[in-house]
Write a protein that binds this ligand. Structure first.
Ligand SMILES: *Cc1c(COP(=O)(O)O)cnc(C)c1O
Length: 400
């Protein structure tokens, strides 16, 4: 008993990520007499106190803080979605998080929040996910982009620069950037890191100086290929702007999607670790294979492998049997796709190639199947070893 009292006197220990993944956003459930989080599908909430509602709406319009008291209307906020937001903020180590209908809706809200402050210029490093590249390049929201190498970020910053955007490991090449060094070169301009591939299990960009962390929650956070969503983890000041943009533009996450994403977070550390172990083995086997000319596998690990084939990538896509030939990633089943044809098709071919997305590149999202079954499928889909077409330039995993 003494030992328990001592423990209670000590400052509370920070809980491990695996523990937070299961408990964050659910702390009040036992007190409510519940085990599973409630799914609140209400679009509106009855109130006999319209003076009180007016005050809450005024406060939201002025501040963007989550309204106190009972919810008002589903576009202002939803209790199930806010559980997911709290949990993700805990995992990323940020004050707040704001969820959206998709990853692209989340990026749109970030851009609109900056445009609202008169900051229309974005500095970004390629490659980014194809549609993020497209949104910035097309300037559809009224922003303007300067594409640079990491070393060119500081020089590209102008007075009207409102955002610097990177992905690491990047989609689809898995190129890794030094987030801490980049954050340093951003000065006071917010750095947005798309952390979709790494997840907070492998990398927490805020600890390296990023101000905004974006996820396509559709991928690893959901983890089962059945929910579309996006989320930005950040400080509460930026979150308030994002909530106001979300209220005004309507790109909200559906409560059922919020429920599934919260459920997905509980198994995120286990899924990412299992997929990483299998992906690392597959990357090694691919790197040693004469039918493969290059393999990219990140130093931080993860479930994604990118590789270039000596043969025809479309033939491999047509030949897989266990692996699912589909765009997207981060699901329990293994997916493969050809970025030049699908995920990065919308990027101009010249820009795509100069960002390292070659026409021979394939992107593999490793799931939770047995490694031998996956290798057997890849092996048969790679086709016969061509004695004449051997390039013998296989890049070792460690160098990739
Ligand atoms: C898929 C993806 C997005 C876009 O997310 P959606 O949920 O499809 O809108 C953004 N960034 C990365 C890295 C992605 O893989």
């Amino acid at each position: 008993m003494d030992f328990r009292l001592d423990a209670m006197d000590a400052a509370p220990l920070p809980r491990a990520l695996a523990t937070e993944a299961v408990h964050a956003g659910r702390e009040d459930l036992a007190g409510l007499g519940l085990h599973a989080p409630p799914l609140d599908l209400s679009t509106t909430y009855p109130s006999y106190d319209s003076r009180g509602e007016a005050a809450r709406i005024d406060a939201f319009a002025a501040e963007g803080a989550e309204p106190d008291g009972p919810p008002v209307y589903a576009r202002l906020g939803n209790p199930t979605v806010s559980r997911f937001e709290k949990a993700l903020a805990t995992l990323e180590g940020t004050e707040s998080a704001v969820a959206f209908a998709s990853g692209m809706a989340a990026l749109t809200a970030v851009l609109l929040a900056r445009l609202g402050d008169g900051l229309r210029h974005v500095v970004a490093v390629r490659p980014l996910y194809g549609c993020s590249d497209h949104l910035l390049t097309a300037g559809a929201l009224g922003s303007e982009v300067t594409w640079v190498d990491p070393a060119g970020i500081a020089d590209a910053i102008r007075p009207e620069t409102g955002l610097i955007m990177i992905e690491s490991p990047a989609n689809p090449t898995l190129a890794e950037l030094d987030v801490r060094a980049i954050a340093h070169s951003c000065g006071s301009v917010p750095l947005l890191v798309d952390n979709t591939f790494a997840t907070p299990v492998l990398q927490r960009p805020v600890e390296s100086g990023a101000r905004l962390v974006l996820h396509s929650a559709t991928k690893y956070l959901g983890g089962h290929g059945d929910v579309l969503g996006g989320v930005v983890a950040c400080d509460e000041a930026f979150a308030r702007k994002l909530r106001q943009v979300r209220f005004a533009t309507g790109g909200v996450l559906h409560p059922f999607a919020g429920y599934l994403l919260l459920r997905g977070l509980a198994t995120l550390p286990v899924r990412v670790k299992a997929a990483s172990a299998t992906a690392a083995q597959l990357a090694e086997r691919l790197a040693a294979d004469p039918r493969v000319s290059r393999v990219h596998y990140p130093r931080i690990g993860g479930g994604m492998v990118a590789f270039e084939v000596t043969g025809e990538p479309h033939e491999l896509i047509a030949a897989v049997r266990l692996i699912t030939p589909a765009v997207s990633l981060g699901s329990v089943d293994t997916l493969i796709q050809h970025p030049a044809s699908i995920s990065h098709r919308i990027v101009d071919a010249g820009d795509r190639r100069s960002a390292g997305v070659s026409d021979k590149l394939l992107r593999l999202s490793v799931g939770l199947e047995d490694v031998e079954d996956l290798w057997q499928d890849l092996d048969q889909a790679l086709g016969p070893v061509r004695t004449s077409g051997r390039e013998g330039r296989t890049t070792a995993v460690a160098e990739a």
